[in-house]
Design a protein. Sequence first.
Length: 324
Amino acid sequence: MSVLVLVEHTEGNIKKKSFEAVQYAAQIAKNTGTTATAVVLGTIADAEMEALGNYGANKVIHIADKRLDELHARAYATALVNIAKAEGSKIIITLYDINGRAVAPRVAVQLKAGLLAGALSYPDTAKGFAIKKAVFSGKAFAWVNLLSDIKVIMLMPNTFPLTKTDGKATIETQEVSFTEKDFGIKVTSVNKVTGEISLADATLVVSGGRGMKGPENWGLIEDLAKELGAATACSRPVADAHWRPHHEHVGQTGGSIRPDLYIAVGISGAIQHLAGVNGSKTIVVINTDPEAPFFKAANYGVVGDAMKVLPMLTEAVKKFKLHK
C-alpha cells in the first residue's frame, strides 16, 4: 500500500526536483499511515539511489534495463503500472514536467485512476482528497478533489523547499516484462546542450525580450547570469527571431518554470509570457516602459535602459561576491 514516486535522473544523476517529489510522496505516506517507495529506471549507481532515503523514501525499486536510460513513455508507464499493482499502491507521484506529462496520463488510464496535473499543495484529507493547483494561466487557484480509488498526482517542481534527513532506504532490483510496443519509438540521436545550467532545474533565471534590441547585446544577459550562477531564458518573439534557441523560450507556448528568482529584462509581460513564469518566488523586472504590464506582477522593478542597468547590476553582484 506504499505511495509510489517516479524518480528522474540524467546520466545517473538524480535531479533536485526528483528529491522534492520523493519528499512530497513521503509526507503523503506519513499522513496516510503508509510508506514511500521510489521507482528508478535505467542505469544508475547505488550511491545515488541511497540518497533518496535522505528525503523520505523507505524503499527504492530499481529496474536496471539499459533501454530505460532514454525516455520511452510507454515503457515507463508499463514499469510504473506493474510496480503499482505489485505494491498495492493507491497513490502514484510524478513530476509535472516533460517526462511526467508523457508518462502520468498513460499510468492513470491503465489503472483507471484520477489524475491531478500541477499539484501545489499536499492533499487536504479533511475535504476528501483535495489538492491545490493553478488555473487560468496562473491567474487563480482551484482545489480539485480526487474521488477515485487510485490517484495519480503530478507535482509542480520547485513548490516545496528540500529538507535533508539521515533517513535510509532499502534498494531492490526488479525486472519488468516489456513488449516491443513499449519501445516502438526509437531514439536515433540526442543533442545535448553542455556548459549551461539547465533551465528546467534552475533556481535563478535571467531572461531577455525584444527590449534587448538584438542578439549582439545578449552578452549582457549572459554576463549577469554567469555571476549569479543562473540559467538564461527568453520570450517567444526572441526565439522566433532566432536570437536565442527555442529551448530557452518560456511562456504559455514554451517552457513553464518556477525559479526562486526570475529577472525579466526588456520583456513587456503579456499574459502568454506570464503563464510560464508567474510561479516564480521573486520576480524582478527591468524595462524602459513604466507602463509595461510586467511591473504589476513584479516584486521589484527598475525603470531604465537595460544596456545601462545590466552592466551596473552585474558589477554590483561581482562586488557583493568579493565581500561576502
